[in-house]
Design a protein around this ligand. Sequence first.
Ligand SMILES: Nc1nc2c(ncn2[C@@H]2O[C@H](COP(=O)(O)OP(=O)(O)OP(=O)(O)O)[C@@H](O)[C@H]2O)c(=O)[nH]1
Ligand SMILES: Nc1nc2c(ncn2[C@@H]2O[C@H](COP(=O)(O)OP(=O)(O)OP(=O)(O)O)[C@@H](O)[C@H]2O)c(=O)[nH]1
Length: 468
Amino acid sequence: MSFTAAIIGRPNVGKSTLFNRLVGSKIALVDDTPGVTRDRRPGEARIGDLHFTIIDTAGLEEADPASLEGRMRAQTEAAIAEADVSLFLIDARVGVTPVDEHFADLLRRVGKPVVLVANKAEGKIGEDGVMEAYSLGFGEPVAISAEHGQGMADLFNALLPFERLDEDKDIEEEGDEEVVIGPDGEEIFPELDTTKPIRVAIVGRPNAGKSTLINTMLGEERLLTGPEAGITRDSISVDWTWRDRGFKLFDTAGMRKKARVEQKLEKLSVGDALRSIRFAEVVVLMLDATMPFEKQDLQIADLVAREGRALVIAINKWDLIEDRQKAMAELREMAERLLPQVRGVPLVTLSGLTGSGIDKLMGEILRVYALWNRRVPTAALNRWLSGVLEHHPPPAVSGRRIKLRYMTQPKARPPTFVAFCSRPEALPEAYTRYLINGLREAFDLDAVPLRLMLRKGENPYEDKAKKR
Ligand SMILES: Nc1nc2c(ncn2[C@@H]2O[C@H](COP(=O)(O)OP(=O)(O)OP(=O)(O)O)[C@@H](O)[C@H]2O)c(=O)[nH]1
Ligand SMILES: Nc1nc2c(ncn2[C@@H]2O[C@H](COP(=O)(O)OP(=O)(O)OP(=O)(O)O)[C@@H](O)[C@H]2O)c(=O)[nH]1
């Protein structure tokens, strides 16, 4: 399964040329006259074995910034809306122009992912333009030459995180199944399907010991020998059974280093981590006990929280630690201080080399998986809410009390709650945090990310109740 990218940029930056390069057949017109191609055009693009849909927005008349309104804006907005990511092209030979800046504003306002691309970067003339592109505020530009096919490997790496695995959709769509209402009005939630393998990604910095752990689990040198280059990425996972429960284990960097020799993998990119996180239901972040909580570890933990996956932190190479009690106290302190966004996340010490601690790790994986799938009955939720409102009601903002009326959990994976509120936009952030922490405590939902959404409105079930 693939994703959609939109090529965005002012006329003549080389959008059609890039489109042709990626789609591989000359179906888009290329011309020196600005505005030569027309309308939005989708094509099936390919870089290496990365397949995706690309939308070209070429062919919009040159307009001065003031009149970026109109056709150009409408086309661009439509393309951005359709796409998972925008390839924002500038002309490295010209540098950043006011029209580029207007496109940048537009993209920023929409707030969807942007990959900044400095085209026509072949040779020396483009160098200044590439540097200038940083000023647009979309991070490091990917320097390419669409005409000469340069920079395609970098573009590949920049787009890789957006590739959607087949599993992605399943993960997102499960957990909001229809809830059956029983004879007494109580909700009957679907049972957790224990026949389905639990998808576990093992992520961490190079050398943390991911491959060693998986090899020990599997009891064979499987990762070191396979998989060969060219195997589809979707199938890079290994099946494993632990105490009658099926697992699919996934180790990106360790496996892909062997699978993709063309890629620079000295350092684990955020894109790599994001891929495995998306694949997983439970993510095991593996730290090296001799140098825990480095910047990259924290970044990965943050990604896991943002993607809403269940997290277990595995402290590996525990066999090397002498004063374990002291080390554990320090690790707990660090986790609390450095990772407030994943409060309560389990820390498991182990040695992938000797195999000690693996049972403990598996136990925690099962525990957080169950929590992550947890459904709280609406009645219990609202009983809890009325207690909260009594003891610690929302504050008054600009002289008026904010009313919270009703709460429900429409989905799990991760547990996601909706609260109906008279003025959601005015409810202070601190109060939302208070509610989330309260939910954690009341329903034993520590250790997994929780989502709380505020909706404007009354209790949606009140009318029904009255009618009855
Ligand atoms: N030097 C150089 N020229 C390029 C490169 N890519 C595109 N061009 C040239 O730039 C001009 C414009 O390219 P197009 O692909 O038509 O640009 P566009 O952004 O689609 O333009 P509109 O259709 O006007 O929106 C053409 O003359 C291309 O040959 C490149 O990588 N290097
Ligand atoms: N003492 C000790 N060493 C370990 C342990 N686990 C792994 N190592 C060593 O750490 C080094 C890195 O292990 P790998 O399993 O290759 O690490 P990785 O995280 O898969 O690394 P990449 O493939 O580069 O991402 C190897 O030399 C292992 O022998 C452990 O539990 N204890």
